[in-house]
Design a protein. Sequence first.
Length: 296
Amino acid sequence: MTALDATRYVTSAAMTPFSVTFFKDHTAQSKREENLTLASLVKIIRSTTANEKSRLPWLKLARFGNAKTEKGSLRHDRNVIACSGLEADYDGERISFEEAVDTIDKAGLLSIVYTSPSHTEAEPRFRVLCPFSAEHPPDRRGAMLGRLNGLFRGAFASESWALSQSYYYGSVNNNPTHRVEIIEGTAIDLCNELDETWLGKPDTVELIFDEQANGIDLVLSAPLRWGIGYGLAKNEALPYLPDERICFWGGWGGSMVLMCPDRRTTIAYVMNKMGPGILGSERTATYAALIFDALA
């Protein structure tokens, strides 16, 4: 794929107009709504420039009402009427722009990818815009964003889930590294297969590791740490686990699921022959130790 030839990827879906709201700046004292195709929006993003980031305008794939906050802003959650698509912000500086485009292209997902104003080749940052096939109520946006986040293995910033969050677009001083790409495909609200890898807001995962109890479990008579919904690794109970963020649970006989978000790895084991205990067996410990050695 070439990054600059937008017309090559224009399909009938890409030619379907959708609502975009533009704000002059972060104060959002006024708004301008337009119905645009992806190709038209790409031209706007590509041609917009300012002498500094704070002077760039903002965009949002949604329609807003006219209710203002006490500070006069139109950009707030209660003022979102409908969502015509979603936006996802990546600032992790590890996934390149090319890798992002390739991931979306392989998934066949209709979208725009553009570099953010602070992007550099050494420290990549970008946004993904995915228009819907039709407008959806605001409370459906999070479900669709989880589809995209799962495709990127949970890479998007928590701010992406803020309903009224809008984003800068354009370049600073016509930065030559600024890039915009249209990817041909299907609207994300029609890609039900992406629910198989759905991932929610990163902060939700973090809640699992919020320790709720630490001590002897009165049912299992074993030392356990409890997060929300899962056990948390504790060397006394599961000495074969490395000292890192791992949540787990098992079943009677030795079965075990270990989830390691920092490694982006899940390990599941179901035995052919029942063993004693609910926190794994000797075989569980052996397999887990070998797997972690291999991942080291």
